[in-house]
Design a protein. Structure first.
Length: 154
């Protein structure tokens, strides 16, 4: 693996850990009210942090913004809506399913969408066909999820 790919893999691993941390935190907070209000308030808090960082980095010249056309604005709104669904859904899922199974189910959903994105080449990279190895990987992952969800008989 070359250096950019190694850094990308490390970043993905860190993001995965942070997603799990956030979901566990959201589930814990949602015990006081509910997943919907927890998710929305957490997302607003994250938005305020993002606005502050955006202002700071733009002001210091460390960050520049591309022009905002209608298509870009729509994509950003869809990304924001996805974020609200992610935070709210994670708070709900982690309160109902054990954390290991919840994380595995979230990653399984991500893998399915990522395989489709690879196949269609929507990220700007060349398209990658869905072959038996990828299907076998998803199948093995589904079996692992089943083992995590199924209650053990001690």
């Amino acid at each position: 693996m070359n250096q950019p790919a190694t850094l990308g893999a490390l970043a993905a691993l860190i993001v995965g850990a942070v997603i799990s941390f956030q979901a566990i935190l959201a589930a814990r907070i949602s015990l006081a009210d509910n997943a919907a209000s927890t998710g929305l308030v957490m997302y607003v808090a994250g938005g305020l942090i993002a606005i502050s960082l955006l202002a700071l980095f733009t002001y210091t010249g460390q960050l520049t913004l591309a022009p905002l056309g209608w298509q870009r604005i729509l994509q950003m709104l869809l990304g924001g809506l996805a974020g609200v669904i992610i935070v709210t859904g994670s708070a709900f899922a982690f309160a109902k399913v054990n954390p290991a199974a919840a994380v595995a189910l979230i990653v399984f959903g991500q893998m399915g969408v990522a395989l489709l994105a690879d196949y269609l080449g929507v990220t700007g990279q060349s398209a990658t066909p869905i072959d038996w190895r990828r299907i076998a990987g998803l199948t093995l992952f589904a079996a692992a999820i089943w083992l995590l969800i199924t209650p053990g008989k001690d």
